[in-house]
Design a protein around this ligand. Structure first.
Ligand code: ASP
Ligand code: MG
Length: 414
């Protein structure tokens, strides 16, 4: 017997037939003698619609009411799944975030999970008593803040709900069921030669997720790593093993580059003629941070004349307007001459723990892009990642060429 958390994404619960399919999968785990908690997302498209409605009412809205609205999608799917389970003879009940409770901080719209009280859930897992052997059907994406109001965890947050619940329950596994059958070496929509990865380390998955791979919410991977939760990503439509996200020690054969991610949602900002004196970078990035603009890649040239230099960095495309607003306000005070921005850029990242011990990974990247005539605008690196910023027009070409260059192409097809 094992204790497992199963998580189903929006596509997997996208209509009532699919919810019945999920119920059958849950029943199979129960019949195998396991204790099961299921975390579900809203039906696909629902959360987008709810977000649109809040924006239609007011662009600048009260984040607490936003959470009340957008958390509602999961209320529908937990109820329906509990019904579907009962209908096929499985003892099940739904749980909303506040009922468990899933305690979070008070950052509405992007709350972080604190404590989860699983006492009652554990009691009901036990096979004895009139409520025994019960499956917990848990609403993902939501919790309750210190102000006693509903919070949500940020888009894609039900992955994090599932991993957090698995940690709190000391679950043996956290299975994330989705519409793809695992984590791929790159987006299969870009190249048919992308391969499914059998095992990937937490660190690599964290980098891939934060660099644009959409399969798991970044925060869920960080949490799995922190608590050592064994995560499996697998298809809810096919019966086959998915990708296991595990400790480095569990990886037998190590590639230098494990995967390639791309993030088109970037914008490049260049400040021209920035005075070369202490405190300027602190003022610029301090002000951006205060306005919740996330800055990613940063390059600053050495000034030629000792007086001024150019400063280039990237922000999320949706933050570009806000960044402009902040920077306009600083222009007079700091004395730079111009702000130039370009939303038409894409960040390409190659990731692999193997690059710690293998030199030449960056060189291969630069040469491969050069052979395709692709200009590199900004470069950044970490221990297990090299990222470049290029024109978004060359995204597909770059990803395909790099996938081949690092020996990731699947054999046979393509
Ligand atoms: N329904 C929420 C969203 O679309 C949470 C999730 O699906 O993970 O962001
Ligand atoms: Mg998701």
């Amino acid at each position: 017997m094992a204790r497992i958390v199963m998580k189903f994404g929006g596509t997997s619960v996208g209509n009532t037939d699919r919810i019945k399919n999920v119920a059958r999968r849950v029943k199979a785990e129960v019949d195998a003698g396991n204790e099961v908690a299921v975390v579900v997302s809203a039906m696909s498209g629902t959360t987008n619609q709810l977000v649109t409605w809040t924006n239609e009412i007011a662009r600048l809205h009260d984040a607490r009411e936003y959470d009340v609205v957008v958390a509602s999608g999961e209320q529908v799917t937990v109820g329906l799944l509990a019904l579907a389970l009962q209908d096929i003879g499985v003892n099940a009940r739904s749980w909303l975030g506040w009922q468990i409770p899933f305690r979070t901080d008070g950052i509405h719209g992007k709350a972080r999970i604190g404590e989860i009280d699983t006492t009652v859930m554990r009691e009901r897992f036990a096979p004895t008593g009139d409520r025994g052997g019960q499956v917990a059907v848990v609403a993902g994406f939501q919790g309750i803040g210190p102000d006693n109001r509903i919070t949500t965890l940020g888009r894609g947050g039900s992955d994090t709900s599932a991993v957090a619940l698995a940690a709190a329950l000391d679950a043996d596994r956290c299975d994330i069921y989705t519409d793809v059958d695992g984590v791929y070496t790159t987006d299969p929509r870009i190249t048919a030669k992308a391969r499914k990865i059998d095992r990937i380390t937490y660190e690599e998955m964290l980098e891939l997720a934060s660099q644009g791979a959409k399969v798991l919410q970044t925060r869920s991977v960080a949490m799995a790593m922190q608590h050592g939760v064994r995560v499996q990503v697998l298809s809810s439509f096919e019966d086959k093993p998915g990708t296991l996200v595990v400790d480095e020690g569990e990886i037998v054969e190590q590639q230098v580059v494990t995967g390639i991610a791309y993030s088109p949602d970037e914008a490049k900002v260049t400040l021209v003629g920035v005075p070369d004196r202490p405190g300027v970078a602190g003022a610029i990035f301090g002000s951006l941070a205060d306005s919740a603009v996330n800055v990613d890649m940063i390059v600053q040239n050495v000034s030629q004349d000792g007086k001024s230099t150019d400063l280039t960095f990237t922000v999320g495309a949706t933050d570009l307007d806000r960044a402009h607003q902040v920077l306009d306000g600083l222009k007079g005070e700091l004395g730079f001459t111009d702000i130039v921005s370009d939303p038409g850029v894409c960040k390409i990242s190659v990731v692999g723990v193997g690059m710690r011990s293998q030199p030449g990974v960056a060189k291969t990247m630069f040469q491969t892009l050069a052979e395709k005539g692709i200009n590199i605008q900004v470069i950044s690196t970490s221990e297990i990642k090299v990222s470049v910023l290029i024109s978004a027009d060359y995204t597909e070409l770059a990803v395909r060429a790099l996938h081949t260059a690092y020996g990731l192409d699947a054999e046979g097809d393509g």
